[in-house]
Write a protein that binds this ligand. Structure first.
Ligand code: UDP
Length: 446
């Protein structure tokens, strides 16, 4: 670690895995730069402090009841948390601002997820600067804040204001709720307004990959914007002692030929319906490729809540199909046996795949995933998109093209090239490296 900065940063991650993981990675990077870290966290989805013994943790009572959670989607739940956390968050923040003991450095600033929109008013009231972190990329963020006139445009029409994106790539704001705004509209409009009142905007992204979206973002947010990704490659983590269950994936991969395995995972939240699950199973079986498939207990939205493989499927894939309920994804993608990734196109998964040079098949489900899939398939051209409703034959063809056919050669070669870019940007002189230096200077100027 570098010399201590004598400053404390208060970090407040959004309590979903795809937001928590990169926010903790950012906290680790800032800690390695000499800042002390205090994490404020909700009881809901609370992380294990033992994994981060170098941080101080404080858990706030979010007031969510067990019965409330299953009945809200992620968007509504995020709005609810923004209402319920105001008072406990404010109480704790004001306490550490006034009462830092002799061993506690003064707080320099607050870093919160962009979707913790209520925290800007608290930061203003307590006169502490707030910087926000968007754990997704620049292009999906531009799609969130663009004020678009869709008019009578068709789903496949390109949107002039947003490079490369079509009408159907943009998240729909849904039906209006009681306040005249849909939950997504409410979340997005508050997020954008409160981000504009902050002091800076951090992305887990690489400027060179999204230079047009970077220009649009800087125009809309005329304050420092820091694309400093890929976070997980910025500091070398010690070799992990994987839990036994996780080692199982790796030891199975050890027995497979180089670049032969398709890794299949839809992240921590996305689900498929029963019909889609069966199509996937037969697509994998008919492709004749080895595969490692993460079948989470809640992957399939089925009438009886279980994921039943079709008759004859397990026999057909015996010896070349391996199933786990969770995988050590970063290690899996870095394994020499993995030659492709069938993903829901969550941004963390996409970036982790780019960093290992693994080409992708994209099956986006919601939110920013359509934008990510569009960039992978049509802008960086390091993968193929399977549109909603794709059938077994489409899946089988996509798998074979990506993994073995001549047609996929250029995709595989471009993925290898992009890996190189992702590694150069965090080296001295690279774009993320420079933005990181600027971020540290901004924090030190408070
Ligand atoms: N992940 C994992 N093992 C799995 C599936 C996912 O470690 O079996 C991790 C993955 O490495 C990524 C995160 O979970 O860091 C998923 O984030 P992403 O943004 O891709 O999707 P989300 O879960 O937010 O939809």
């Amino acid at each position: 670690m570098q010399q201590k900065m004598g400053r404390r940063l208060v970090i407040f991650p959004l309590p979903y895995l795809g937001h928590q993981n990169p926010t903790f990675e950012l906290a680790n990077i800032l800690h390695s730069k000499g800042f002390s870290i205090t994490v404020i966290h909700t009881r809901f989805h609370s992380p294990d402090p033992a994994k981060y013994p170098h941080f101080n943790f404080h858990f706030i009572e979010d007031g969510l009841s067990e019965s409330e959670v299953p009945f809200q989607d992620v968007i509504s739940l995020t709005n609810t948390l923004n209402n319920k956390c105001v008072e406990p968050f404010k109480a704790f923040l004001s306490q550490i601002l006034t009462d830092h003991g002799s061993d506690q450095e003064p707080v320099s600033c607050l870093i919160t997820d962009v979707m913790w929109y209520f925290t800007q008013a608290v930061a203003d009231a307590l006169q502490v600067p707030r910087i926000v972190i968007r754990t997704g990329n620049l292009s999906s963020f531009t799609a969130f804040f663009a004020r678009l006139e869709i008019g009578d445009k068709q789903p496949d029409d390109l949107i002039l204001e947003l490079p490369y994106l079509r009408v159907k790539d943009i998240p729909r704001v849904g039906n209006l709720g009681m306040g005249g705004q849909s939950p997504l509209q409410h979340l997005l409009s508050n997020t954008i307004t409160q981000t504009k009142a902050s002091k800076g905007l951090i992305f887990n992204a690489i400027e060179e990959l999204e230079d047009r979206s970077m220009a649009i973002t800087q125009h809309e947010f005329p304050f420092p914007v820091f694309p400093i990704g890929p976070f997980h490659k910025c500091i070398s983590s010690p070799p992990r002692n994987l839990p036994t269950q996780d080692q199982n994936s790796i030891s199975w991969l050890d027995s497979q030929a180089p670049n032969s395995v398709l890794y299949v995972s839809f992240g921590s939240l996305a689900a498929v319906d029963e019909a889609g699950f069966l199509e996937m199973a037969w697509g994998l079986a008919n492709s004749n490729q080895p595969f490692l498939w993460v079948v989470r207990s809640d992957l399939v939205q089925s009438s009886n809540g279980s994921s039943q493989f079709p008759d004859g499927f397990l026999e057909k894939v015996s010896g070349r199909g391996h199933f786990v309920s969770w995988a050590p994804q970063k290690e899996v993608l870095a394994h020499p046996a993995v030659g492709g990734f069938w993903t829901h196109s969550g941004w963390n998964s996409t970036l982790e795949s780019i960093c290992e040079g693994v080409p992708m098949i994209c099956s986006p489900c919601f939110g920013d995933q359509m934008v990510n899939a569009r960039y992978v398939s049509e802008v960086w051209k390091i993968g193929l998109e399977l549109e909603k409703g794709a059938k077994t034959e489409d899946m089988e063809k996509a798998i074979r093209t990506l993994m073995v056919e001549k047609e996929g050669e250029e995709i595989r070669a471009r993925a290898a090239c992009l890996k190189n870019k992702a590694s150069i940007c965090i080296q001295p002189g690279g774009s993320s490296y420079k933005h990181m230096e600027d971020l540290v200077s901004l924090i030190m100027s408070f």
